[in-house]
Design a protein around this ligand. Structure first.
Ligand code: KIV
Length: 272
């Protein structure tokens, strides 16, 4: 299996090629040009400007206060730091409430430098938004499981898909988002066995966070993998790579190699 990082810029079709070649995808978040440059130079395949910026950069208790303007600002900064990695940008809370709003926000994010946008959930209006964007040449990544924009309905940040009916719903949602046109799927905080099953059945690559070792790639929030105190309880799936890496660049290299060779996430970073 080819696990070497390609020197070529990462593109949307290259995501599927990586999966076919058995090369795991390493993804991290960044919010500014300086960190983006370090991630890019040290092998990160996908750099996500996540709406997690509401929590780790802006200091809010959730991602809900993040506005499209905030995302555009951070996406343009990150874009200036990237040469190789694919820039993925979140549609923030309610920016995908209608297909038209999603198109407006996604267009602004692509014009600011993103190569793909991510949206959470698989309800009817989310599927409509995915379809609308995909039909208009906007690459879409779906995000299922613990979708942080649903924190009020969930009543907190909890593992999803543990009960049989919830697991069946997640499996159906994963097929539905790909059928609607998503070409990448983030699975957050779901039991490893469920993520393995979804990955096996999925037509598109999966990226896990708290979803065990069987996904086609992994993502962590930059602040978490650098061991920064977020002011929130540190989730089980987080590993501090700065401890071993010795520098930010070393931490990124350690993370990328651990993802590629399959040593991260380990059993202690996964949910049953
Ligand atoms: O906003 C974010 O950083 C994310 C990751 C946790 C996947 O969506």
């Amino acid at each position: 299996m080819d696990r070497a990082a390609p020197d070529k810029p990462m593109t949307v079709p290259a995501l599927a090629e990586a999966r076919r070649a058995g090369r795991r995808l390493a993804m991290l978040t960044a919010y500014d040009a300086g960190f983006a440059r370090v991630l890019d130079a040290n092998g990160t395949d996908i750099v996500l400007v996540g709406d997690s910026l509401g929590m780790v950069v802006q200091g809010h208790a959730s991602t809900l206060p993040v506005a499209v303007e905030d995302m555009v600002y951070h996406v343009s900064a990150v874009a200036r730091g990237l040469r190789r990695a694919l820039l993925l940008a979140d549609l923030p809370f309610q920016a995908d409430a209608t297909p038209e709003r999603a198109l407006d926000a996604a267009t602004r994010l692509l014009q600011a430098g993103a190569g793909m946008v991510k949206l959470e959930g698989a309800g009817p209006h989310k599927l409509a938004a995915i379809r609308f964007l995909a039909a208009r040449e906007i690459p879409v990544c779906a995000h299922l499981g613990l979708t942080p924009q649903s924190v009020l309905r969930f009543g907190g940040y909890r593992v999803q898909g543990r009960e049989a009916d919830a697991a069946a719903q997640l499996r159906a949602d994963a097929l539905a988002v790909a059928e609607a046109g998503a070409t990448l799927l983030v699975l957050e905080c779901v039991p490893s066995a469920l993520a393995e099953q979804i990955t096996r059945d999925s037509a598109v690559p999966t990226i896990g966070i708290g979803a065990g070792p069987h996904c086609d790639g992994q993502v962590l929030v930059l602040h978490d993998m650098l061991g920064l105190d977020s002011g929130h309880r540190r989730p089980k799936f987080v590993k501090d790579f700065l401890e071993d890496g010795g520098s930010v660049a070393g931490a990124v290299r350690a993370y990328v190699s651990a993802v590629r060779e399959g040593s991260f996430p380990g059993p202690g970073h996964a949910y049953d």
